[in-house]
Design a protein around this ligand. Structure first.
Ligand code: AMP
Length: 318
């Protein structure tokens, strides 16, 4: 049976008012930030929030601040009505859907949707940089944001850390739940919360996959059936790498070569395939501590990411 309709809030002041009134009644609040087009991966985050808090807020907001003007902001899939149906189907439902129109509109006729500065300065900018009275405050997690996805998407994590900060300040949650599907993002948010003393507990949940192994992603909807099949090379080669590592292959170059070759042979274009320390995200030469193998690759015009944690008993840990 479907659960009750969630309360729909689009205004940030109304959102904050709701949270404060609930907290005044002794309720704890969990926040699950999303960009919508929800799938079971997102729903597993909500179930985790239910375990942690009395109430759950799901934000649905495609954040222009984390896209550069050349990226896929305009084709990012959305289906608000479908999302609400899915949220009603989660055991326990959700209490609020926070679906703001534009979190960069400060009411000064500069609604933060221009793409001006890159033409002038030649520097990489996000889709909200317009100069004038526009948004200009950014949160950066300087070292963790640099490599992996940060290399080919230089404004991405700055935009993510900033929008998550804004959502934290608007919703004022006790707990925030993120997926380890976006491993680097999860680490960055945890570090930001530690470094800036947000009073919020950050939880990371396990990556949810389709039955055949493909990491669930809103962007999968844009894969052709043929590319979807080819994209299975990512998860298959990652599973093999984990198996090899757990059976004694600790040379990261060898492990990386096998994954790169498998994805390449399937017709994918590698953005990166790196084995890094689980916490610092520093590249490893050999697997001698808890590691995570992170991959980003293009199939057609869709960029997919995936990762797998590798926890082997290492001689140095005895
Ligand atoms: P997105 O809507 O893609 O920004 O994702 C919102 C949240 O859902 C992020 O914390 C993601 O890491 C998480 N998420 C997305 N896909 C998955 C997945 N397949 N498994 C677990 N979490 C996911």
């Amino acid at each position: 049976m479907a659960n009750k309709d969630p309360l729909m809030i689009t205004d940030k002041d109304e959102m904050r008012k709701w949270s404060r009134s609930m907290r005044a009644q002794g309720k704890t609040i969990g926040l699950v930030p999303t960009m919508g087009y929800l799938h079971e991966g997102h729903l597993s985050l909500i179930q985790e929030s239910h375990k942690q808090t009395h109430l759950t807020v799901v934000s649905i907001y495609v954040n222009p601040g984390q896209f550069s003007p050349t990226e896929d902001l305009s084709t990012y899939p959305s289906d608000l009505l479908g999302d609400i149906q899915k949220l009603k189907s989660v055991p326990g439902g959700v209490d609020v859907v926070f679906n703001p129109k534009n979190l960069y509109d400060y009411g000064n006729n500069d609604n933060g949707c221009g793409v001006g500065l890159d033409q002038e300065g030649g520097k990489v900018v996000s889709c909200v940089e317009t100069g004038g009275m526009g948004h200009e405050t950014w949160v950066r997690v300087e070292r963790l944001e640099k490599d992996l996805c940060g290399k080919s998407r230089p404004v991405f994590f700055r935009g993510v850390a900033t929008i998550v900060t804004k959502l934290f300040n608007i919703v004022e949650p006790d707990v925030a739940v993120f997926g380890k599907k976006d491993y680097q993002q999860w680490r960055i948010i945890k570090r930001m919360v530690r470094d800036l003393d947000f009073g919020i507990k950050v939880i990371g949940t396990e990556l949810a996959r389709d039955d055949d192994g493909l990491a669930k992603s809103s962007r999968n909807a844009r894969l052709s059936p043929d590319d979807r099949q080819k994209a299975l090379s990512i998860s298959k080669s990652l599973f093999k790498a984990k198996f090899a590592a757990e059976n004694g292959q600790n040379d990261c170059q060898e492990l990386r070569n096998a994954v790169i070759q498998a994805i390449h042979e399937a017709g994918g274009k590698i953005d990166y395939a790196e084995i890094v320390d689980q916490e610092s995200l520093e590249k490893l030469g050999e697997i001698n501590r808890p590691a995570v193998f992170c991959v980003a690759a293009w199939f057609g015009n869709v960029r997919l990411i995936d990762n797998i944690e590798i926890n082997v008993q290492c001689a140095s840990s005895f």
